[in-house]
Design a protein around this ligand. Structure first.
Ligand code: ARG
Length: 450
């Protein structure tokens, strides 16, 4: 019994150094288990790969490796089944996994942490988690692009007013407008692929910050875990969270883009626009007003983008001014990262369902197109084609609009044909991108590569 009322550091990874345990209140304050539990599968995979590396370096016998692998698989099974018994002293998932392995196989558990620190271990787990998240989110983004392309193909020739400043500007097609949202999401998918590359470097061997004297076979560990390469600088490897920030940034962009899609649907579903009818399965009613049909899903797409943005701010704030190498502040990375990825994933799924249910009201669209001002730019361009300088043409047409005498030079269909917006071609190309994204994701190493 220690003098501090029974607190002891027993069960801690550092119990040799500190005889007395942390105050229970501060244990709770510093524990990350509730959050980093989500890294469990990756922690076990990373530990198996590390154990194989120790075997290669002659630091584990064949029997010890076998025992460690069997023990770690049992730990994974217990975690998966929800039968894993956590202890007060488990301050994070890494501690919990090693503690349980040591109970199951004391001789192996005692050797596993050689050449490794939780600093490079958590960097590894997080990189594995990010790789998996990038693949999942890219597939979800592909699903929304696919849904947009499907609706765009079905409405490739349906004209609608295009807006700037939310004022009627020039005719476009519904398909063209929908493909604008698809373009943005395809850029997000490219960002997710970039975030994958960014995470795809293996940090083990960096130790706490300065590497290890044990001659660990890093290339071989990286191959086991399906990494494309190694981190190069041990100090950077335990300090770096750029890969997480890259992923959160991709999530921020997904959120921003879906918020704009959501806003379009909110506007279009209003009685004032009336461009889309919301199918019942994507609409909600009011608890008070019997006549209401509300676009809550679109509103939530608009509103929820703040979460990823908040995550970006939180993570960047943790990193700003943080001294190299590892600092405990870095533990705060996960709440922000997980919140951003979760909300991007949920929003992409909801957006796919919303887009797939959009029904356009062609009569309302046609009525909105009756405004001849929508073709004023065509009038000016026709004058230009006939040799009039553009400024003069603009002036003349503007004057005719002001006086109410403006006559469009041709109809909306001809205007669209002349501008060659080609929504169908865009949709087909986007579907090619969707297929490539799905192929890319399918060819990734398994989420848990052991
Ligand atoms: N729970 C910690 C984190 O998420 C693990 C690393 C702890 N390292 C340390 N030196 N205390 O960052």
């Amino acid at each position: 019994m220690s003098s501090a009322g029974g607190r002891s550091s027993e069960g801690k990874l550092y119990s040799g150094r500190l005889a007395e345990g942390l105050l229970p209140e501060l244990e709770r304050f510093s524990s990350s288990l509730a959050v980093d539990l989500r890294l469990a599968r990756f922690d076990v995979a990373g530990s198996i790969a590390h154990a194989r590396g120790l075997r290669e370096a002659g630091l584990l016998s064949a029997e010890e490796l076998e025992g460690v692998e069997a023990g770690l698989r049992r730990v994974a099974a217990e975690l998966e089944a929800g039968t894993f018994a956590f202890r007060e002293s488990d301050e994070d998932i890494h501690t919990a996994v090693e503690r349980r392995l040591t109970e199951l196989f004391p001789a192996g558990g005692a050797r596993l942490h050689a050449g490794r620190s939780r600093n490079d271990q958590v960097a590894l787990d997080l990189r594995l988690w990010c790789r998996d998240a990038c693949g999942r989110l890219a597939v979800l983004a592909a699903g929304v692009v696919d849904a947009l392309a499907e609706r765009a193909l079905a409405h490739a020739e349906v004209p609608m007013p295009g807006y700037t400043h939310l004022q009627r500007a020039q005719p476009i097609t519904v398909g063209h407008h929908l493909m604008a949202h698809a373009e943005a999401l395809l850029r997000d998918a490219a960002r997710l692929r970039w975030a994958y590359e960014s995470a795809d470097r293996m940090p083990l061997g960096s130790g706490a910050l300065a590497g290890s004297t044990l001659g660990l076979p890093r290339e071989s560990v990286a191959r086991t875990l399906g990494f494309a390469g190694l981190t190069r600088n041990t100090v950077d490897a335990v300090s770096d969270r750029d890969f997480a920030l890259d992923l959160v940034h991709a999530c921020v962009q997904v959120g921003l883009h879906l918020s704009r899609l959501g806003e379009d649907v909110v506007l279009w579903a209003s009685a004032e626009f009336g461009f889309v009818r919301l199918a019942d399965r994507v609409a909600t009613g009011s608890s008070l007003m019997p006549q209401k049909k509300n676009p809550d899903i679109a509103e939530l797409l608009r509103g929820r983008s703040g979460r990823a943005l908040g995550g970006y701010t939180a993570l960047a704030t943790v990193l700003k001014g943080l001294p190299l190498a590892y600092d405990r502040d870095l533990q705060e990375d996960k709440v922000a990262l997980f919140a951003a990825v979760d909300s991007a994933g949920e929003c992409l799924e909801a957006a796919r369902l919303l887009v797939g249910s959009l029904e356009f009201d062609t009569a309302r669209l046609a009525a909105a197109l009756a405004d001849p001002g929508l073709l004023a730019t065509d009038s000016a361009e026709r004058l230009v084609a006939g040799g009039t300088p553009f400024r003069q043409a603009h002036h003349e047409v503007a004057a005719s609009v002001r006086e109410g005498t403006h006559q469009p030079p041709w109809d909306v269909a001809r205007s669209l044909a002349l501008r060659g917006l080609d929504a169908a071609g865009q949709a087909r190309r986007a579907r090619g991108e969707v297929a490539r994204l799905r192929e890319w994701a399918a060819a990734l190493p398994p989420a848990v590569p052991i």
